[in-house]
Structures are given as structure tokens and as C-alpha cells.
Ligand binder design. Structure first.
Ligand SMILES: N[C@@H](CCC(=O)N[C@@H](CS)C(=O)NCC(=O)O)C(=O)O
Length: 291
């Protein structure tokens, strides 16, 4: 750590990190009140279980939508075993800290999934792991040919490692932090633009992320970078997103898919009422909302 005993150059001015950090106050940022420096359940509550083997516990954020897009794509491709119940986990109300959720994901983040077609049921957490699990289970959206499969996994892992700089970095400091910190915003704006340029370069020579096939890599990357290109954090002008025409082309290409349109609606808690299927237990739940 750079030394500045007086804290004169720090923000806020005069702040010097103590020798040992203690949890003595909330940081004031949006969502601050639900976070704690320890893991584990804060209240006893069993998870609901519906009629299908696949039980999803999630919310319609970019990380949640990755999985509902894949499930809807699997169903559209005729994999009827991918029928699922999607239960809403309201993270602003701390549902991710209920005992039933923590049993599945000790990290208390959506999405989490349980596959009841095994005894005992299989617990799956981390969106990338869920995408890989389902793609393997149904033999879909993950190429079997060595190079194409490796390329898909490269980009899937790229997304898992990169998007936290966008959401937890730029999104947090540009939109959610209680005050604007130039240093933090510059650092994460630079990184987000660098990542968009990585995608721009790739998509200049490739129709989809991993090559000429639509894969779980597209499903992982689109919810985050599609949102950054279109409406997330009100940051589009700030980032000059018009500088990424190939990303723009690909964002529309994915957005037009009927299964993507359905997947985006599941566990959604914002937007117009007719865009929200808060819980999904049957394909007809989309008709109810449309009607
Ligand atoms: N790496 C995880 C990230 C999941 C994640 O950050 N989920 C957020 C919503 S998008 C969450 O559950 N936040 C609740 C909390 O932080 O308490 C994944 O991809 O599954």
C-alpha cells in the first residue's frame, strides 16, 4: 500500500486505513445493508420445491438471466427434460441468506440450482457452472469438437472473470456508490472499454462469440455486455458504446431469439408488468403474462 501517514491525499481526506479492519458501520452504498463480512444463513427457511426435476432459485439480473436463457433455449430445441421451476430470490430482501438457499449455495448469490433427477439431488451454483452443467446434461450449446469446445469454455471463463469489473467495478462506482470517486470510475471505465474492445475485435471476425455456433458463451456474455451496450447504469454515452459496431450487431442478433426474449422475463422484478414472469413453473406462465 502507498504510504501517506497523514491521509492528506486520500478520499475522504485524512482517512488512513486502521491496522485491523472492523465492521462498525455500513458503507452507505446501495445494497449495503444486506452485506456482512461473514457467510452463512441469517434465517431458517426451507426452499420451495416444485414439480420439475430442475429447480432454479434466482432473480432476473444478468447473472440470473444467463441460466433462464439456456433453459428456454433447451426447451425450444426440444429438450423436454429441461422443464423447470424458477423461484424468485429477492436479494434486496435477503432471501439469499435463508437456510434453504445457503444449503445449495454457501456463497449466498443467485443463481443456484438443484437437479432432483439424482438421489440425492445435485446442487449447482455459480452461473458458469450451471451453464456448463446443463449444456453437458443435455448435450447442447456446447460443441463436442475439441477446438470449438475449448473456445467456448475460454469465453465462458472470460465472462466469469471479467464481468465483476463491469458490475462490481464500473456499475458500483458509477451508479451505486454514495459519492463519485474519480479514481475508481476512471479505473473501471478503462477496464470496461478494454473488455468491450476485446469483444469488438472477436466479433469482427466471428458471428458468435465462440465461432460460427451459438453457445453457452453467448448466453453468458450477452446479459452483461448487452446491457452495457443498451441501458445498464445509464453509462452508454459515457462509454461511447457506438464505437463497438460488431458488439452492437451481435447484441441484436441474440436479443431477437424467442428463447432469449422469454429467458429475460423469468424472475424479473423491474420494467413493465407485462415483461415480468416473477416465478416460472410452466411454459404457459408466459401466456398468462402476455394476456
Ligand atoms: N459469480 C457469481 C455471481 C453471482 C452474483 O453476484 N449474484 C448477485 C446478483 S447478480 C447476488 O446474488 N447478489 C446478492 C448479494 O450480493 O448478496 C455467478 O456468476 O453466479
Amino acid at each position: 500500500m502507498a504510504e501517506d501517514a497523514s491521509g492528506e491525499n486520500n478520499q475522504p481526506r485524512g482517512y488512513v486505513p486502521p491496522k485491523v479492519w472492523t465492521w462498525d458501520k455500513e458503507n452507505g452504498g446501495q445494497f449495503a445493508s444486506i452485506n456482512r463480512p461473514v457467510s452463512g444463513a441469517t434465517r431458517e427457511q426451507a426452499r420451495p420445491v416444485g414439480k420439475h426435476p430442475i429447480q432454479l432459485y434466482s432473480m432476473g439480473t444478468p447473472n440470473g438471466v444467463k441460466v433462464t436463457i439456456l433453459l428456454e433455449e433447451l426447451l425450444a430445441a426440444g429438450h423436454s427434460g429441461a422443464e423447470y421451476d424458477a423461484w424468485l430470490i429477492q436479494i434486496s430482501q435477503g432471501d439469499q441468506f435463508t437456510s434453504g438457499f445457503v444449503e445449495v449455495n454457501p456463497n449466498s448469490k443467485i443463481p443456484a440450482m438443484v437437479d432432483h433427477s439424482f438421489d440425492p439431488p445435485v446442487h449447482v451454483f455459480e452461473s458458469g457452472s450451471i451453464l456448463f452443467y446443463l449444456a453437458e446434461k443435455f448435450g447442447a450449446f456446447l460443441p463436442t469438437e475439441h477446438r470449438a469446445r475449448t473456445e467456448t469454455m475460454n469465453w465462458l471463463m472470460w465472462q466469469m472473470g471479467s464481468a465483476p469489473f463491469v458490475g462490481g467495478g464500473l456499475g458500483h462506482f458509477y451508479a451505486y456508490a454514495p459519492f463519485k470517486i474519480e479514481y475508481a470510475i476512471n479505473r473501471f471505465a478503462m477496464e470496461t472499454k478494454r473488455q468491450l474492445h476485446v469483444l469488438e475485435t472477436r466479433l469482427a471476425t466471428s458471428e458468435y462469440i465462440a465461432g460460427d455456433q451459438y453457445t453457452i458463451a453467448d448466453m453468458a456474455i450477452w446479459p452483461w455486455y448487452g446491457a452495457i451496450m443498451r441501458d445498464a447504469y445509464d453509462v452508454q454515452e459515457f462509454l461511447s458504446v457506438q464505437d463497438y459496431p460488431n458488439v452492437d450487431r451481435w447484441v441484436d442478433l441474440i436479443a431477437e431469439r424467442p428463447a432469449v426474449k422469454r429467458g429475460r422475463m423469468v424472475n424479473r422484478t423491474f420494467g413493465t408488468p407485462d415483461s415480468q414472469v416473477r416465478e416460472r413453473h410452466d411454459a404457459s406462465d408466459f401466456d398468462t403474462i402476455a394476456g
